[in-house]
Write a protein that binds this ligand. Structure first.
Ligand SMILES: Cc1cc2nc3c(=O)[nH]c(=O)nc-3n(C[C@H](O)[C@H](O)[C@H](O)COP(=O)(O)OP(=O)(O)OC[C@H]3O[C@@H](n4cnc5c(N)ncnc54)[C@H](O)[C@@H]3O)c2cc1C
Length: 383
């Protein structure tokens, strides 16, 4: 089945979809069940994404990327998520967050040292904003960075870092000034440096093959040149990059929803009850019709938000709406797919059980659904 898109794709977009789908079906699909069962992070699959040019999609070619528009990037991401949502979140975080912060605000030296290899796929990035007591409210973060000569010295722990245990480069937010948003700065740090260690690796409900780890800084010495942009602007840079980040999660949610719709239709055509395929029962057909309509509407909204962002227009509200509705569509589609499979939806022999577990986090990370509503309402009431 082809996802309902309400638009004709460009030749480049069709090519990107074809490449991503072939890669996902040939290289990922045979292994996703095992990666989910063992919780193994497939670093070689990330490297393969890099070889396909999928790790520098939003970076211009002067810095080693392909500089495609946001929709083209989202199309690739949706195809990866349709097969392996765990790998999709690595791809999304890397492309949308650390690379974008260095691209938008980093010095040329930082771009040469980190952005180029990240865009070319030889360095995997992570984004460390959250802390154990500062998730929805990142302005409450306490990880400290103190000036020492030309360097900064970081102390504290960052929580929930996607790629945290496997990244080659991390963009970390730490407090350089007083309380609140204006006291936060952003740094590029390398996991190999003395004073950097990986703490607890999370045992999650879903996305089991994605690495989510605490990272700990103990007198981590960071060269002054690794401060991104202006001291005190780090939280604003991070929140700005979350616009691309949330669109990435929207694409991940669309991939999950699409997979669930396809699986439910396929199964309903095969499975028989009362002497006929269950696909002939209107009760089931209507379930799928509803989630297909919700998914198509959420996709159209996501593309509209992406186009707005690419035109340089304010898109905070539209991006929040897209994240809210795509994650809701993913949850609804996964729930209905499990229902269509009946008892077989509740066991690990079929992939809908995994998609069901994977879908939930799209309503939690990069801003929970409540935080998306907060963003939408704050823009609406300010108008
Ligand atoms: C698998 C995974 C990967 C992640 N990857 C990263 C990463 O790479 N980098 C990173 O920095 N973070 C990452 N996170 C962290 C994630 O962004 C946070 O978990 C998320 O922002 C929520 O923060 P919290 O868990 O502290 O929940 P809390 O902020 O404690 O929220 C708890 C509940 O309160 C609600 N709530 C909070 N404030 C309000 C409000 N004002 N109004 C209404 N309701 C509210 C929330 O919606 C939620 O339901 C990841 C998380 C997970 C689970």
């Amino acid at each position: 089945m082809t996802a309902t898109r309400f638009r004709e794709l460009t030749d480049l977009q069709k090519e990107v979809v074809r490449t991503a789908r072939e890669f996902a079906e040939n290289e990922l699909a045979p292994h996703v069940e095992e990666w989910d069962r063992t919780g193994r992070f497939p670093r070689h699959a990330v490297d393969a994404l890099g070889e396909l040019g999928f790790l520098g999609m939003l970076v211009p070619d002067e810095w080693g990327g392909s500089g495609v528009d946001t929709i083209t990037y989202l199309l690739a991401l949706e195809e990866i998520a349709r097969v392996d949502p765990s790998l999709a979140v690595s791809m999304s975080v890397h492309n949308s967050l650390p690379t974008q912060m260095i691209l938008e605000h980093g010095s040329d030296a930082l771009k040469e040292r980190y952005l180029r290899p990240m865009a070319e796929g030889s360095m995997l990035g992570a984004f460390a904003l959250s802390e154990a007591h500062a998730g929805s409210d990142p302005a409450a973060l306490t990880c400290a960075a103190e000036r020492d000569g030309d360097d900064w010295v970081l102390n504290g722990a960052k929580a929930w870092v996607t790629n945290g245990g496997t990244a080659d480069v991390v963009v970390a937010m730490a407090r350089t000034g007083g309380e609140g948003a204006k006291g936060v700065s952003a740094f590029v740090v390398e996991p190999g440096w003395s004073g950097y260690s990986v703490g607890k690796e999370e045992k999650k409900m879903g996305l089991k093959a994605s690495n989510t780890a605490e990272i700990v800084f103990s007198d981590l010495r960071v060269p002054g040149g690794n401060l991104i942009g202006e001291s005190g602007s780090g939280l604003q840079y991070a929140l700005d990059s979350l616009e691309a980040g949330r669109l990435g999660i929207a694409a991940q949610a669309l991939g999950i929803a699409e997979a669930c719709i396809e699986l439910a239709i396929g199964y309903a055509k095969e499975r028989r009850a009362f002497g006929r395929p269950i696909a002939t029962f209107q009760g089931l057909r209507f379930m799928i019709a509803d989630v297909a309509a919700e998914t198509a509407a959420a996709r159209a909204l996501t593309y509209a938000a992406a186009e707005r962002k690419d035109r340089g227009e304010p898109a905070r509200k539209e991006v929040a709406m897209a994240k809210l509705l795509t994650s809701r569509a993913a949850m609804a589609a996964a729930l209905k797919a499990v229902q269509v499979y009946g008892g077989y939806g509740y066991v690990k022999d079929y992939p809908v059980e995994r998609f069901f577990r994977d879908a939930k986090v799209t309503e939690i990370y990069e801003g929970t659904s409540e935080i998306q509503r907060l963003v939408i309402a704050s823009e609406l009431f300010a108008e």
